[in-house]
Design a protein around this ligand. Structure first.
Ligand code: TRP
Length: 461
């Protein structure tokens, strides 16, 4: 049965990205998201600033980037969704489970991601109507608390987020994903630069810079390194079939390593810029950097309210976060949708509709974690925290190991070299060799060590 599905697939012309700039916008749109503006600053703030950033950068280079290139190669070679890709490459082997797990896990991410995206959308309106504009953290804390503990309000905003993403995905790969990301990514960069510029010119901004760039390694533990690695996977949208799916929309002439490196650099730049927009201002007005996930929703509004023209900057800031969240959600939703379209032959509209309905249902558990389900805990975590922890700290690393091993050992040097160089067109033998060594040995071992150590199953000392 699988075979016949595989054959009919070849006949149809697949909707794909139409230009290199579209490829870059879409892939960067996937990478840049709440990870940069909500997770990165809050985890950095809680784990000691600069030292954490350095560990994070090492993870991005040694495991994030290699795995990202690997996923894109698998996608482009097979021109297929995350599950179909492995079925086509290894018809009789269970490698397709990597794709299936990823597609299922993408629902877990989306469950809490759409919840936070809903908060962000609503904050555009809250900053416009002035209800957030207060320099007193207990006021902004109450606004946030009232909002997230109101089940209906947070659910409705989550559904709005799902609807927006659903509409874009229904429009298709080139007319939906590519067109929207090409338009929105430049806007995001401009708004971010304006906000960072504002924060950096505040009196007392220097303390924030010291925090961001002056490392103190005393806070780095196995758990912190695992968090940094999980963040590098989360940031580059790995382990969920996203990059396999996006790779499948890339043409034969696309230089995959170059695209991946550009995306990695630009994504890191966005995280640093987000840090620059947030920490100098936080310190300048005497707030603490370690308020965690609430940083964005409680500390940031007070910070904006404390500065001249704060309301304008606050609105701009939440628009830019909404853009980032939206282009990232698109890439998460496309994974199950591409699967349903290609493997079950569903029309795109039906595939999208079913996916967002399931997401709305799973999402309820995450969203109600801050209200009616707040006391319902599994392993000491609410659904929201559990989905977040499981995906970044368990599923993504395991999938990362599997992808690295699959490509490094099953494909081997010759096949990787052929695909990565566009069949010999791009010439850089030396780099390809280094890449294969990282993929075969360094990435899987490093991920396994960090994973076991972070889970407390193995001690580094
Ligand atoms: N990279 C996005 C961010 O930083 C989130 C994201 C989008 C993602 N697609 C993904 C994370 C796939 C893991 C897997 O916000």
């Amino acid at each position: 049965m699988d075979k016949s599905l595989g054959q009919t697939k070849q006949v149809k012309v697949r909707d794909s990205f139409t230009s290199s700039i579209g490829v870059l916008a879409a892939t960067l749109g996937s990478a840049v998201g709440l990870g940069n503006i909500w997770k990165f600053p809050s985890i950095t703030g809680q784990n000691g600033g600069a030292a954490f950033i350095l560990v994070y950068l090492v993870c991005v280079l040694m495991v994030g980037l290699p795995v990202m290139i690997a996923e894109l190669l698998i996608g482009r070679r097979t021109k297929s969704n995350a599950v179909g890709a492995f079925k086509q490459l290894e018809p009789k082997r269970p490698w397709y489970l990597i794709g299936s797990f990823g597609a299922i896990a993408s629902f877990l991410i989306m469950a809490f991601y759409t919840d936070v995206a809903g908060w962000v959308y609503s904050y555009i309106f809250k900053s416009l109507n002035g209800s957030l504009v207060s320099t007193n953290p207990s006021v902004t804390s109450k606004v946030f608390g009232d909002f997230v503990s109101n089940p209906m309000a947070s659910l409705i905003w989550q559904w709005v987020a799902l609807l927006v993403v659903g509409i874009i995905i229904t429009a298709g790969v080139s007319k939906g994903i590519e067109r929207i990301t090409k338009t929105l990514m430049p806007v995001l960069f401009i708004l971010l630069i304006v906000c960072a510029g504002r924060a950096l010119t505040l009196p007392g901004a220097k303390e924030g810079l010291t925090f961001l760039f002056n490392p103190n390694f005393s806070k780095i533990t196995g758990g912190v390194i695992l968090a940094a690695m999980g963040l590098s996977f989360f940031k580059l949208s790995l382990g969920m079939g996203t990059m396999i799916t996006y790779g499948s929309y890339m043409g034969e002439g696309e230089n995959i390593p170059k695209t991946a490196i550009k995306v990695m650099l630009a994504d890191t730049l966005v995280s640093i810029l987000a840090g620059l927009a947030i920490f100098p201002a936080v310190f300048s007005f005497g707030f603490k950097p370690d308020s965690g996930p609430n940083l964005l929703f409680i500390t940031i509004p007070t910070v904006f309210a404390s500065m001249p023209f704060g309301k304008v900057f606050m609105v701009m800031f939440f628009i830019l976060v909404s853009i980032a969240a939206t282009t990232a959600m698109i890439s998460l939703l496309e994974v199950p949708v591409a699967y349903l379209i290609e493997e079950l032959k569903w029309p795109r509209r039906r595939a999208t509709l079913l996916s967002i309905i399931i997401l709305a249902l799973v999402g309820v558990t995450a969203t109600l974690s801050t209200s009616v389900l707040a006391d319902f805990k599994i392993f000491g975590k609410t659904f929201f925290d559990l989905y977040d922890y499981l995906t970044s700290n368990l599923i993504m690393p395991i999938s990362g190991i599997a992808v690295a091993i699959y490509l490094g050992w099953k494909w081997g040097y010759k096949r990787i070299a052929d695909e990565i160089s566009n069949h010999g067109e791009v010439k850089s033998q030396g780099l390809i060799r280094v890449y294969v060594i990282i993929l075969k040995f360094i990435a899987p071992v490093a991920i396994a060590l960090v994973l076991l150590n972070g889970l407390g199953l193995f001690k580094l000392k």
